[in-house]
Write a protein that binds this ligand. Structure first.
Ligand SMILES: NC(=O)c1ccc[n+]([C@@H]2O[C@H](COP(=O)([O-])OP(=O)(O)OC[C@H]3O[C@@H](n4cnc5c(N)ncnc54)[C@H](OP(=O)(O)O)[C@@H]3O)[C@@H](O)[C@H]2O)c1
Length: 250
């Protein structure tokens, strides 16, 4: 059983993992409301996804509560429901030892990666899911469960997102399921510095001998959103080619 006929909000979906999730959901028969900051790229994504019958773009910052409220309201107005929520937008604006991390950057990371994810669900819950139920997937990272040089606070924020996922899963059952995915390196603009020019060398550390493609995360998220996962809540699905078990990924 798939997500056919459902409406999904996918944040940060003009490219990369978010766009691959939206693509997979549309292929499985859902309608998607996609967000990102830059309107032009978002509008192009709507065309790519099949046009206004199946996709609606709303530009804004993931951590802007007015943008969140507008997105939920317009999703219901256009497609009639908000059954599925994918908190995919995430940032990592700094690189270096955590001991030297600028605290303004730390607060921004926590705001976008954790608090915004909670806020999106609060808004969707109030406007739709509390009465009708729903399914949520938060895009965390394998950094949540490993120690990675240079991106320590990003990893800490994703660990908090996993904790938020578990707490909400317990609070919101039986009608709302909440899960998370933890990708290792997936080939997108976000992670380009980790593999560009040395992909084969980086992939060598992965038991499956390849880095992730956005579609690998799209299919994992689609599974968790579908009725095939109807007994699964509060879980972290690691989508990493085995690298979390075998060593360093970047
Ligand atoms: N790629 C990886 O290796 C990897 C691994 C583990 C986890 N992840 C997680 O996967 C998620 C997606 O990453 P990605 O690799 O697909 O990145 P990406 O290719 O850079 O895409 C990021 C998307 O999010 C949007 N976005 C960025 N900041 C935003 C903000 N503040 N508000 C709203 N939209 C925002 C971008 O559009 P605009 O720039 O127009 O806003 C774009 O659509 C993130 O949560 C990331 O932490 C990625």
């Amino acid at each position: 059983m798939s997500v056919a006929g459902k409406t999904a909000i996918v944040t940060g979906a003009s490219r990369g993992i978010g766009l691959a999730i939206a693509e997979r959901l549309v292929a499985d028969g859902a309608r998607v409301v996609i967000t990102a900051r830059k309107k032009e790229e978002l509008d192009a994504a709507v065309v790519h996804l099949g046009g206004p019958e199946v996709a609606l773009a709303i530009a804004g910052k993931a951590d802007d509560t007015e943008h969140q409220a507008e997105t939920v309201r317009r999703a219901i107005e256009r497609f009639g429901s908000v059954d599925l929520l994918v908190n995919n937008a995430g940032i990592n604006p700094s690189y270096g030892p955590m001991i030297e991390l600028d605290l303004g950057a730390a607060r921004k990371i926590a705001e976008v990666n954790c608090i915004a994810a909670l806020s999106w669900l609060q808004q969707a819950h109030r406007s739709w899911m509390r009465e009708h139920g729903g399914v949520v997937v938060n895009v965390a990272s394998h950094s949540a469960i490993t120690s990675e040089p240079g991106v320590g606070f990003y990893g800490a924020s994703k660990a908090m997102l996993v904790a938020i996922t578990k707490q909400l899963a317990v609070e919101l059952g039986p009608d709302i399921r909440v899960n998370a995915v933890a990708p290792a390196v997936v080939k997108t603009r976000f992670s380009a510095a980790l593999y560009e020019g040395r992909e084969a060398q980086v992939a060598e550390a992965y038991p499956l001998k390849r880095l992730g493609e956005p579609e690998d995360v799209g299919s994992a998220v689609a599974f968790l959103l579908s009725a095939d996962a109807s007994l699964i809540t509060g879980q972290l699905l690691v989508v990493d080619g085995g690298v979390t078990l075998s060593g360093v990924s970047g």
